[in-house]
Design a protein around this ligand. Structure first.
Ligand SMILES: *Cc1c(COP(=O)(O)O)cnc(C)c1O
Length: 458
């Protein structure tokens, strides 16, 4: 197709063109994602049960498989304007360096202080908590991006924010911790002795450096046992994918404006929120049979939920206090090797993306750490932006697809999500430069141990 208008190097939408609604892809799915189950009764969670843990409006969004478009509340639109639209960039320099006939575009979500797309959902969740008249929220954070985004959002609305940070990150990433404290959050290393579940884990495994699943259990306990508090989560949940659809809707408006049609859409996948958000409106077209696109989820070989996991009901946290979700999972007991892409170390995956993958609407691949950092560096040197290790998984796959086009001569249009910047990940870059980075791939036996801990649900 011939381009109708001269396409700018970077596409920034005008204010009047910005999305006014989030898009709920579940409305167009024939096979809906499986419901969350109560771990005690194995019955689908009811709104009343979820309301003790999550804000009321977010419970509604979580359970709503039918409403196609949600108007974005004006207060959230106003906040989005501080850092959105995010640019849609044509990677001319990368294309030239690769010598590929492919056109490569990326949507860059790192242009805010938290440094990633997570702020898109953090501000929405803080807004609904404020609307409900709550005092504050609790959450967990691993690498620290989600905690940072949430502390920014909470300070904007004057909410208290308690962050349980996986102990190893708390110690290794003091700067992330200080950003959160700058925005007024209290940050507790997990496991801690401030909760029953934390004390139990410390007693059983003294000296443990913690895990995401354990920090979730602590944050939930604090939320349900303190009046005026609720728990919020930065990925995996349906509501988070709904908020993150702002990425995809914005991308689609920009691409439509200039007559650009992507052939392949690529994103890294931790819990699935940026990928689910980016692909949402394009997936909607595919589900409705209007257009076809290839979607590729990219995950670390050390934590391969899609490519080697099981599609099953599982616990979302170590303490097994959260509802169970049906998803591609490695088992809630699986502890991934210390990969440097902290945001991709979760054992499970969004139920929405899991169902879409199961039904053949998208592909997945896993990539090894050193090849990811090679791609990160190649990208940084020609495109300027220093990517987060998580984002570099998508860069790896985009480069590989562009190199395939070089072999075949196909002029495909590739779009990928550049979720964030890597300034707080320089220890990982240092390991890579010093040749100290390993490519750990779990054996089938190790994965089996995780699967053995899956709950029996039929
Ligand atoms: C958290 C994070 C991810 C992974 O989370 P998803 O929910 O899968 O999007 C990817 N990139 C960055 C920069 C992150 O902070």
């Amino acid at each position: 197709m011939k381009d109708t208008k001269a396409i700018p190097y970077k596409i920034y939408l005008e204010e009047k063109e910005l999305p006014t609604t989030w898009y709920n892809v579940r409305a167009d799915m024939k096979n809906k994602p499986a419901p969350l189950l109560n771990p005690g009764t194995l019955q689908p969670m009811k709104a009343e049960e979820l309301a003790g843990v999550f804000c009321d409006e977010l419970v509604k969004q979580e359970l709503d498989n039918d409403t196609r478009y949600y108007p974005i509340p004006q207060e959230i639109v106003d906040f989005y304007k501080m850092y959105r639209p995010s640019p849609l960039v044509r990677a001319y320099c990368l294309e030239k360096k690769l010598g590929t006939p492919a056109k490569i575009y990326y949507k860059f979500e790192g242009n805010n202080t938290s440094g990633s797309h997570k702020l898109n959902s953090a501000i929405a969740q803080a807004y609904y908590a404020k609307q409900q008249g709550l005092k504050g929220v609790t959450t967990e954070t691993g690498a620290g991006q989600w905690g940072t985004a949430l502390s920014m959002a909470c300070s904007y609305f004057g909410l208290d924010c308690k962050v349980y940070m996986v102990k190893v990150s708390y110690e290794q990433k003091p700067f992330r911790r200080e950003v959160m404290r700058t925005y007024g959050a209290s940050v507790v290393p997990s496991p801690s002795n401030t909760t029953n579940v934390g004390r139990a884990i410390l007693e059983q495994f003294p000296g443990t450096t913690g895990s995401l699943g354990c920090a979730i259990s602590e944050a939930v306990e604090v939320a349900v046992s303190n009046p005026g508090y609720r728990y919020v989560l930065g990925s995996v949940l349906n509501q988070v994918l709904l908020h993150q659809s702002v990425i995809g809707v914005e991308t689609k408006i920009a691409m439509d404006k200039y007559g650009i049609v992507p052939d392949i859409i690529i994103g890294c996948a931790g819990g699935g929120s940026n990928l689910g958000g980016l692909i949402a409106p394009f997936m909607g077209e595919k589900l409705r049979g209007e257009k076809d696109y290839r979607f590729i989820a990219v995950e670390p070989a050390s934590c391969p939920s899609f490519t080697r996991g099981k599609f099953a009901y599982d616990f979302c946290d170590t303490g097994k206090v959260c509802p169970m979700a049906k998803m591609y999972t490695l088992g809630s007991g699986f502890i991934p090797a210390p990969n440097h892409a902290g945001g991709l170390r979760y054992h499970g995956m969004s139920s929405i993306l899991s169902q879409l993958y199961h039904d053949g609407y998208m592909e997945a691949r896993s990539v090894e750490q050193t090849s990811v950092f090679k791609a990160a560096e190649e990208f940084a040197r020609v495109e300027g932006i220093l990517p987060a290790p998580e984002s570099a998984h998508a860069i790896r796959a985009a480069i590989d697809e562009a190199l395939k086009c070089k072999e075949t001569g196909e002029e495909k249009t590739i779009l990928f999500g550049l979720t964030g910047t890597g300034y707080f990940d320089m220890v990982a870059y240092e390991k890579f430069h010093d040749g100290l980075m390993s490519d750990y791939i779990p054996s089938d036996e190790e994965l089996q141990k995780g699967f053995d801990g899956l709950p029996k649900v039929d």
